[in-house]
Ligand binder design. Sequence first.
Ligand code: BGC
Length: 725
Amino acid sequence: MKIGNDVKEKAEILLRELTLEEKIGMIHGDGLFRTKAVERLGIPALYMSDGPMGVRAEFENAAWIPAGGTEDYVSYLPSNSAIASTWNRELAHACGSVLGEEARGRGKDVILAPGINIKRSPLNGRNFEYMSEDPYLTAEQCVPLIQGIQEHDVAACVKHFAVNSQETRRLWVDTEVDDRALREIYLPAFEAAVNRGGSYSIMGAYNLLRGEHCCESRFLLDGILRKEWGYEGAVISDWGAVHHTKEAALCSLDLEMSVTDNFDDYCMAQPLKKAVENGEVDEGAVDEKVRHILWLMLSLHMFDVDAERKVAVDTERKRGSYNTPAHREVTLQAARESVILLKNEEGRLPLEKEKLKKLLVIGRNADKIHSNGGGSAEIKALYEISPLMGLKTHLGGNCEVKYVEGYYGEDKQEDGTNWQEDSLKDGGGTGRQAEQVDAQTARKRKELLEEAVRYAGEYEQVVFVGGLDHEYDVEGRDRADMKLPYGQDEVIEAVLEANPNTVVIMVAGSPVEMGRWEKKAKAVVWSWYAGMEGGNALAEVLLGEVNPSGKLPESFPYSHKDCSAHCVGEFGEEKLLHYREGIYVGYRYYEKQNVPVQYCFGHGLSYTEFAYSDLAVEKQENAAEFYVNVSCIVKNTGNRTGKETVQLYVSDRTGKTEKPVKELRGYEKVDLAPGESRRVNIRLSRKDFAYFDEAAGDFAVNAGEYGILVGASLQDVRLIGRVTV
Ligand code: BGC
């Protein structure tokens, strides 16, 4: 991200006018979500807001007390996992554009999104906020999303930089990760976000990396971000992630934010002012931070500069808007393409809408609202269509839709406190204990199970809607395991026993164990937290009005114990966490070690069929670069219009370096009518063949032969080609 010279010159004019006190006010929180204005010079405060799924509700400036009122209801967007599972860059862009326009409409300058940390373990409580286990897919989906946000004179704040892959002890956990994994797995999406996406800001993570707090890290912020990547945007701390005045002052952090109301005591507030005054820190360090904040403000057209009067003056800035019908349409389109058909035997789905006279819907997630939970990603959704409502509205009055809860889980009691206020305690995050069930709960569950089974036997058409909720997919806490909570396994098994045609639908933000019932289910559908129109999108898929086209952006293992973070590396309580698995994260590990998974990366079925043919692999070379143009023909051979994501994986056959079996390096989504075919083109370049050579400290390409594998998922490779580079 580069800032123009005109902006830089204007910033210098203001910078020269600012007193130390005023500068300090611009580089730390003077409210929970804002900095201090410099009224004398016309410089406004910088207003920030969470988060990735919509613009968060207003809080009082100095307390985690919701402002209340009706004006902060907003459009609820599909989660980043959902956006990733569309494998559709245009949709990611459209979602970003909604988020940016709504943030601007709500008067915000910075939206604290998207979250792009790599999903290293299925147990991370915040996985729903992130995109994928794969750096390429994350990069490809987050770049247009960021660009969409920033079209509205609002800054994206891509987070959490970096290697922030668990919630347990999130403030204090120190990660040891080798250079190769850092460069190949954990950093590429951030590099793409700031360089290709042009993200005007980036949020430093809570955790430590190689002994340094990420928000005070010379290695990460000075070395990699500023020096190597040439980043000129603003670096904002996570809320409460700064611990030392001098370290923060002397590294490339620009703005310290936190969760407490003692704003003057923040490291980069009065303590930093004192350190400058007594000569411990050079004022130039403060200037550098203010400079970045001014560049950000000018880039967002928050003001212009009158060079003669040396003050900030009004300029034209986009005004934004929120809750528009067009925004809701985007959330619906994205939700539709995010639904993943995991399994569909005997053509169990779609349900035949016209013939459907009676439908039994079992499961609490059918009737549950999720938008108000999850931590900082929570929002006040204008509305949220539940799966039950989606089905009812689509089926209308001629079909009897019977709902039973199926399983019991306790809804959290609102006690008026905000978790964020306490979020710096106890290391800032915890692991979770396996579920404890008291006698009363057990009784309730038994009753609900019996009721569900009774009805399942009576109804011909049954869908079960379960999964997780934001008690499990939540900031500040990791899951103990991948087991379905609330005794759902028993219910699903029993219901499938009573009615083997039951369609099982999981609504969740991270994978769950399905081993106890998956083989018995004929159809399994996956929905992430899919935004305000999620229930409509799901109903349309179930009823065949929309042909599913989502593909898994992460592997679904049988159990977390199969995952490399747990069986090779370390996860959880240790103060020093070794990412011993290195680059073998997600499918890179499962494939290398032949570990079977429940559903593989890239998997997702359709109601139609696609045939792949005519692979062409052509090399194009000049002195500076080489390209490999890959193309193939995809044909819709079924009888419904549908979308297919053609995935391209590269495998190194040179044998010169230890590498994953294959790695995702390209994808294209095509929309095809029955019988229609199209040639899909994907261009690879040098970086797509490169690995990080630790000895050389740089990316390198092995000369020799590579496999070009094209297909419908990691395991469903349809065409194989070769190329020598
Ligand atoms: C989260 C950030 C969030 C910030 C502000 C922190 O707890 O880690 O993602 O943006 O709070 O709410």
